[in-house]
Design a binder for this molecule. Sequence first.
Ligand code: ZN
Ligand code: ZN
Length: 311
Amino acid sequence: MQTVQHSEQTLKTALTSKNPTLVSQYEKLDAGERRLLNKAFKPDNDLFGPITLHSESDWIISHPEAPQDFEEFFSDPSGKAPSPEKRSIYIQCIGSLGNTRIIRHILRFLKKKKPRDAFCIVGITMIDLYPRDSWNFVFGQASLTDGVGIFSFARYGSDFYSSHYEGKVKELQRVSSSDYSIFDNYYVPEVTSILLLHSCKTLTHEIGHIFGLRHCQWLACLMQGSYHLEEADWCPLNLCPICLCKLQCAVGFNIIDRYQALVRWIDDESANSPGLSRGHSWEDHVNLPKSVEAFKEWKEWIIRCLAVVQK
Ligand SMILES: [Zn+2]
Ligand SMILES: [Zn+2]
């Protein structure tokens, strides 16, 4: 199996660059954070591995893109970061949509529905957005300028390829631009931990794009591009240090706090997030069990990172 191996110096320069502002910004990170980032660049470290190539159809080979280092992210004029007034990420379930051509209508609906304090709003659905085999399958579509996106997790469902999968689109529906019924009656299959893991990967990868992160070509990373489902499966759920610092720059967080919050989320068996906004009735939320078996390996990985940061 081939890997994309960058030298320690290349990775370090991709993060800190030679830009004096960024070098001093890096030096302001606390000692533990820097210890983790430095460890990540060592070729023999056991936390952040190189990108593994599986075949010629892998994204990185079939879709050559210019790599985005931290400096390019930092100085990108189209880059988006949340502001104190617009800092929430909204996730909207999408139900009975008509056919694939409606994707752009959904994006328009979502844009209209976008609350004032939203940094972005993303629609999620278990309906397959690409029902014809001849269509090049993608997980969804986003408009980065509008901060809206729609993503389907249908193909992660364990029974998607069975003939009785209920999330398949059966007939074309014409809906008016003021008809919000597409948001109702969403199909919820059995939520297995694998489905939850895949959905979290897709959604966090796509929201990463809305924050201005482009596909990662540095280390194995959540932000690697993927061309087929297996490839998405090979990507880890975590961000490599370079992408982690891009997100940190956009959102502003302490790496220890973030890792601890992720462990708390895995440990909290209930699906009800304490951060749900008030003003919604209980019935507005679907009370599903949260199955986190598939996240256990990732949790152990986070704990190993925390051990480095907190040494
Ligand atoms: Zn992507
Ligand atoms: Zn990365």
